[in-house]
Design a binder for this molecule. Structure first.
Ligand code: AHM
Ligand code: MG
Length: 340
């Protein structure tokens, strides 16, 4: 009996094959993506042990090896900074966990990329053993030399050269784009490698799911309320009603909708006047992936990738997912505003 199988493509091989399509590429971006993959494996390994906290010691305590236990989001943040900071590929970083810009220390090699990340998004889900994620976004620096500066990380999302996320779910997946489609890799824990499992991911034009924290319904404006009723099926001549799915973990909610088709919303409300999610760390990278997969991302009016960020931790409303569903929401919002 034959045991022939498809070719095994590691993330290294895939990135290298893609790089060969661009003879002018120096390989630096490829190496930066490997750095992320390594960081993701280190974070994944510690997340897998998170449920053993009562046995191994909780955050702030000392474990049996005498090492101090760190909160996972702190650990993820430090891991990513340390796998990327010293390589000479990066000139500046910014993290959702750090108030200020993270410069590469003077004297260290300064690379040509600026990197932003949300090291552990949805970290409250850790306590209930639900999926969490890491999100990253990469720009080419705009400053000429030396240490990177704020303007290197405050670029419109359309200028991203790569973006991706890691989902720590029932398996660990890394999904990324460099503007040549969206590709997904699944971590094989037995060999410690990310293997190509989802080449050329595309999101269905119309989805079957909608994902939103509906407990905020009373705090939304009329346009969003009408749009979400539309997603329930209140305008059957325009849009078929959808099924609801919400984890409260952006990466996991987005990933499900990417694979199965659907729309995710985190609108502004009377408590969160600009929404909850961050433009630079969350909305921009997810928007690049959504568009590369054939979907769309807006703040309800504007394309996310066109927004010029003005502050590192700026928030934005987010409507993202299957293209026709995102268009439907924008239309209802515009019609409601026109009605006054
Ligand atoms: P965090 O960056 O503090 O982890 O918060 C972001 C998370 C997202 O993953 C998720 O989409 C959203 O917060 C859920 O918020 P809510 O609990 O208000 O529904
Ligand atoms: Mg976050």
């Amino acid at each position: 009996m034959s045991i022939m199988q498809g070719p095994i493509v590691t993330i290294e091989r895939f990135i290298l094959d893609q790089e060969r399509l661009f003879p002018e590429a120096t390989g630096e971006l490829s190496n930066l993506l490997y750095d992320f993959a390594l960081g993701a494996k280190i974070v994944a390994a510690s997340i897998r042990r998170a449920g053993l906290v009562n046995i191994l010691g909780s955050a702030g305590n000392t474990n049996v090896q005498g090492e101090e236990q760190k909160k996972l989001d702190v650990f993820a943040n430090e891991t990513l900074k340390s796998v990327m900071g010293h390589t000479g590929r990066v000139c500046v970083m910014a993290s959702e966990e750090d108030e200020e810009l993270i410069p590469v220390p003077p004297g260290w090699p300064q690379g040509k990329y600026a990197v932003l990340f949300d090291p552990l998004d949805g970290s409250s889900n850790i306590d209930v053993n639900a999926a969490v994620g890491t999100i990253f976004s990469i720009y080419r620096r705009t400053s000429m030399e030396g240490q990177g500066v704020l303007t290197d990380v405050l670029q419109a999302g359309a200028r991203q050269v790569a973006a991706g996320y890691v989902m720590y779910g029932s398996s660990v997946m890394l999904v990324y784009t460099t503007g040549q489609g969206v590709h997904g890799f699944t971590l094989d824990p037995t060999i410690g490698e990310f293997l190509l499992s989802h080449p050329n991911l595309t999101i269905p034009e119309v989805g079957i799911y909608y994902s939103v924290n509906e407990s905020n319904f009373g705090r939304w404006n009329k346009g969003i309320q009408r749009a979400v009723r539309g997603l329930h099926g209140d305008y059957p001549e325009r849009l078929k009603g959808k099924n609801s799915r919400y984890i409260g973990s952006l990466v996991a909610d987005f990933h499900r909708n990417l694979i199965a088709g659907g729309i995710f919303l985190y609108p502004a409300d009377t408590k969160n006047r600009n929404g909850k999610l961050r433009l630079t760390y969350e909305a921009n990278p997810m928007a690049m992936i959504a568009e590369q997969a054939g979907g769309a991302a807006t703040d309800g009016r504007r394309r996310i990738l066109d927004i010029q960020p003005e502050a590192l931790h700026q928030r934005t409303p987010l409507v993202i997912g299957s293209k026709r569903d995102v268009e439907f929401v924008s239309q209802i919002i515009a019609e409601t505003e026109a009605d006054g």
